[in-house]
Design a protein around this ligand. Structure first.
Ligand SMILES: [Zn+2]
Length: 143
């Protein structure tokens, strides 16, 4: 399985969409995104979609980089399809974890520490990166 091209299958629930006056406007598909965890809405047809994952999320009032941004997308499927949804979610999370590995590695390479504090921060980041690489290696994911 190639994480660069694999698009995980995801349950796409058909929901009614109403106008503000309560009249039925049509239907759409709602998914719990396997990459970012947010809910995304798409048209009713099944198949490949590019998710609307944001480059940042807000956590406890602070802006945080989302490593789920610019993922390869997912396949909208009927929720009743015979698919191991948990496994598909793991594939997506492996992609996100590898994106985090790559972002942090680039950040580490850009660091040019002068002070002991900065050198310590770079060393701690290296440890975090090595930890992520170890998890991805155990899962058989190339970096
Ligand atoms: Zn998303």
């Amino acid at each position: 399985m190639n994480l660069d091209t694999y698009t995980p299958k995801t349950q796409a629930f058909l929901v009614d969409v109403h106008y503000s006056n309560g009249k039925l406007a049509g239907q759409s598909r709602v998914v719990s995104c396997p990459f970012c965890g947010n809910e995304h809405t798409h048209g009713t047809s099944l198949g490949h979609r590019t998710p609307h994952c944001l480059p940042h999320t807000v956590q406890r009032g602070r802006l945080k980089i989302s490593d789920a941004h610019k993922n390869p997308g997912y396949e909208l499927c009927e929720p009743s399809d015979d698919v191991d949804w948990g496994l598909e979610r793991v594939y997506a999370q492996l992609w996100v974890t590898r994106a985090r590995y790559r972002r942090l590695s680039a950040e580490h390479d850009r660091m040019d520490p002068w002070t002991a504090r900065e050198k310590h921060a770079k060393k701690k980041l290296r440890e975090e990166i090595d930890g992520i690489a170890s998890v991805l290696g155990a899962a058989g994911v190339g970096l």
